[in-house]
Ligand binder design. Structure first.
Ligand SMILES: [Zn+2]
Length: 432
């Protein structure tokens, strides 16, 4: 069984990896300088030119990019190639007004799929496998990314997309799926459904590749036990092409970052200073091979730790821990990015005060979102029918903004505790 998809790259020496990074970074900075006026302006403001960047050691001289830049430059401001050279766009899920659109040349798609193929092979995938891709297809990167990776490995690919559990289970049993790719919460749901229907004996799964949302070790053990598989983590963001930026190997002690395509840094989220290796901070990625959407020093807002401890799998690429939190207030609920500011906007538009609390929980491995809102003395009502009607209206308005269902609970004025300092807006009860 092949252990690596691209052995010469995945087990390259540190010197070799650094040599690739140095060469590609220099080339990439020139490409961006010449083709992305938005970033060139940022470089000029910082007094940096391509001549200042001779290799990875100079990376810290470059300006950061943030999600705000992506919104400001929407849709074409960070494009590095002519549209005629691009073949694909993907976009972040759910959030209107906060959408990020990423572009791909055919070469970009190819390299992205290579990254996903590495993850599938690391999970034991070969051309003998039947790979069921149950991530959403469409603008969301999960389905298309793993689909392409699965093709590259030569698996028989089942492009199931998400939802329709009965059909998922029918294909899984009839066609003998051996690998499943989906969100961890959907994997947990499938596992429960399999037990409810007593289908355990008909399931041939051996591995799962689960990403796009945070999950705990406890959840991993639960899924592994219920499905009798090994559950692997995978990480990525639309901004950096999608899943496959990093992936877990059999050691399951962190995700190897594909360093021939991405340079990772850990910074202090407050000062922007690069932290010494092994310290916890915000993860920053520089894409050194992407042509159409070549982001340099992109701040992910994910808090994690990097480790270069040698790995028993033989891969030499640096490992990142699971994200341990966020350096902004973004919540990821059911794989969708939710900003409290979006919820606040809806409340104010609908005539409610900014006295609210957002309660996120995980019930039966599925995320729940609840917004508790105070009525104003003007719209206060103690008639149940009236309150229900008002709640319904808010649910609909929130759904339009967020793209997902949020339960709404209206409470009497001055019910929500006022804190002295920063208001406690978010209560995240999920144990991650
Ligand atoms: Zn490893």
């Amino acid at each position: 069984m092949a252990k690596y998809y691209q052995p010469e790259i995945e087990t390259a020496s540190r010197e070799q990896i650094l040599a690739w990074q140095n060469e590609r970074l220099v080339k990439q900075v020139k490409h961006v300088w010449e083709n992305v006026p938005y970033y060139r302006k940022k470089m000029e403001e910082k007094g940096v030119t391509p001549d200042d960047i001779k290799g990875v050691a100079d990376l810290h001289k470059l300006p950061f990019l943030t999600k705000d830049d992506l919104r400001e430059a929407y849709p074409y401001g960070l494009l590095g190639k002519l549209l005629s050279e691009c073949v694909r766009i993907q976009s972040t899920s759910g959030t209107t007004g906060k959408r990020v659109v990423a572009f791909y040349t055919q070469h970009d798609v190819d390299l992205w799929e290579d990254c996903c193929a590495r993850a599938i092979v690391a999970a034991g995938g070969t051309n003998e496998d039947v790979c069921q891709v149950s991530y959403g297809y469409g603008l969301f990167t999960g389905g298309p990314g793993l689909n392409g990776g699965s093709h590259k490995v030569g698996c028989l690919t089942l492009p199931m997309s998400s939802g329709n559990t009965d059909r998922q289970l029918q294909f899984m049993t009839d066609l003998g799926a051996t690998i499943i790719c989906c969100t961890p919460s959907y994997a947990a749901y499938l596992a429960e459904s399999i037990h409810e229907r007593s289908l355990q004996d008909q399931i041939k799964l051996k591995a799962g590749i689960f990403g796009a949302e945070a999950w705990s070790e406890e959840m991993r053990r639960d899924i592994e036990q219920k499905l009798n598989i090994k559950a692997y983590d995978i990480y990525g963001l639309t901004e950096t092409s999608g899943p496959g930026v990093s992936f877990e190997c059999e050691e399951q002690t962190g995700m190897h970052i594909n360093e021939d395509h991405f340079i990772a840094e850990i910074i202090d989220p407050k000062t922007g200073e690069v932290l010494p290796e092994g310290e916890k901070g915000e993860l920053v990625f520089t894409a050194i091979t992407k042509e159409a959407f070549p982001l340099l020093r992109y701040r992910t807002r994910d808090i994690c730790v990097l480790s270069r401890k040698p790995c028993s799998c033989g891969r030499t690429h640096v490992k990142m821990s699971k994200p341990m939190g966020r350096s902004d207030d973004m919540l990821i609920v059911k794989g969708v990015n939710v900003f409290p500011s979006q919820i606040e906007t809806v409340l104010l538009e609908q005539g409610y005060p900014a006295n609210y609390q957002i309660i996120v929980d995980r019930v039966n491995h599925s995320d729940t979102l609840e917004v508790m809102v105070e009525m104003t003395p003007e719209n206060f009502s103690d008639t149940l029918g009236k309150i229900t009607e008002m709640e319904k209206q808010l649910v609909a308005a929130l759904k339009t903004m967020l793209g997902i269902y949020a339960k709404v609970k209206l409470v009497a004025p001055k019910t929500i505790a006022r804190s002295e300092g920063k208001a406690v807006r978010i209560i995240d009860k999920r144990k991650i």
